[in-house]
Design a protein around this ligand. Structure first.
Ligand code: HEC
Length: 219
């Protein structure tokens, strides 16, 4: 006990001296952004990611889904079923992204070409009716001629939805009487449009036929 008392001042001094020095994780060697380093042979402190590193969400393992191609050739199948919901989504995305140039029915008479931009070909020409569906996906992904690419603005899934909808448009413009399911009548003649295909078309209103008793004031 007495020896402890003898050392007490020394112990207290030691505690007092070391208490203010917590350097554990506060002080670490680090580089300021873009600063030079003598440690690496290229003198750069910023290192490249290890080869083969893939950012989260960027692993595009399903090549067909992201390119529409099998090898170098465009494929002719949807990577997921073309349900009603997929077609509805495709119609919505098509009307937003593509109609300004391609027109609502895809005949190429959008508003932008009417102001001098190159007029795109109609989707209903023989050549484009025969291309595999993956071709549309590829044109959207990478652009085509003067047409810009849409790969950065429209997600891969939406591009497939649009491709499916283009196929539906093609069917709609080339349907014959044989395509009508048996027992079903074509409901009415197709509506007429003002400024057909300029992307902002309105159906021509059917003429208002006045019923004989329509002169009466509504009660
Ligand atoms: C800014 C106008 C513009 C927009 C928007 C646009 N395109 Fe095009 N597109 C064109 C033009 C112009 C061409 C013809 C390009 C050429 O021949 O240089 C074309 C060509 C095409 C072709 C035919 C390629 C071929 O083989 O002839 C397809 C398919 C196509 N576009 C799909 C789309 C789809 C799908 C969208 C919407 C995601 C879209 N485009 C949006 C202007 C546009």
């Amino acid at each position: 006990m007495s020896s402890l008392r003898k050392f007490m001042p020394a112990i207290l001094l030691l505690v007092g001296v070391t208490a203010g020095c917590r350097i554990d994780m506060h002080m670490q060697p680090y580089y300021r952004t873009m600063s030079k380093s003598d440690f690496f042979v290229d003198n750069r402190s910023a290192r490249l990611p290890v080869e083969g590193t893939v950012a989260r969400g960027d692993l595009h393992e399903d090549t067909y889904f992201y390119t529409g191609k099998i090898g170098n050739a465009p494929g002719d199948s949807m990577p997921f079923p073309a349900t009603n919901e997929v077609l509805a989504r495709g119609r919505e995305r098509f009307n937003i992204n593509c109609t300004p140039c391609h027109g609502r029915v895809g005949d190429g008479s959008g508003f932008i070409p009417s102001r001098g931009f190159r007029r795109p070909p109609s989707y209903h020409i023989e050549r484009l009716r025969k291309v595999p569906i993956g071709y549309f996906f590829d044109v959207m992904t990478n652009g085509f001629g003067v047409m810009p690419e849409y790969g950065t603005q429209v997600s891969a899934r939406d591009r497939w939805c649009i491709a499916a909808y283009i196929r539906a448009l093609q069917l709609s413009q080339n349907a014959g009487s044989g395509d009508i399911p048996s027992g079903q009548k074509v409901p009415s003649p197709a509506p007429e449009f003002r400024d057909i295909g300029n992307g902002a078309t309105l159906p021509v209103k059917p003429p208002i036929v006045e019923a004989p008793d329509s002169k009466e004031e509504p009660k």
